[in-house]
Design a protein. Structure first.
Length: 69
C-alpha cells in the first residue's frame, strides 16, 4: 500500500505540474492570449490543476493509512 500511495501522490503532482505548465504556456502565447474565451480555457486548466491536487491528497491518505498497518 505504501508503494501505491507514493505512486498516486507522484501522479497527482505530475498532473498538477502539467496543468500549470499548460496554463502558463497558453496564457503567455500571443495568439492564444488574444482569444476572447480565455476565461473558459483558464478554468479548464485550473480544473486540471485541482484534479492533480486531489490525486496527490489521495496518495498522501494512502501513505498515512499504510503507516497505521
Amino acid at each position: 500500500m505504501r508503494k501505491t500511495g507514493l505512486t498516486v501522490s507522484a501522479l497527482g503532482l505530475a498532473t498538477s505540474a502539467l496543468g500549470t505548465l499548460l496554463l502558463f504556456a497558453h496564457a503567455t502565447d500571443r495568439y492564444h492570449a488574444a482569444i476572447q474565451d480565455m476565461g473558459t480555457i483558464a478554468v479548464a486548466y485550473l480544473g486540471l490543476i485541482v484534479f492533480g491536487a486531489t490525486i496527490s491528497i489521495t496518495g498522501v491518505a494512502l501513505l498515512v493509512s499504510a503507516r497505521d498497518e
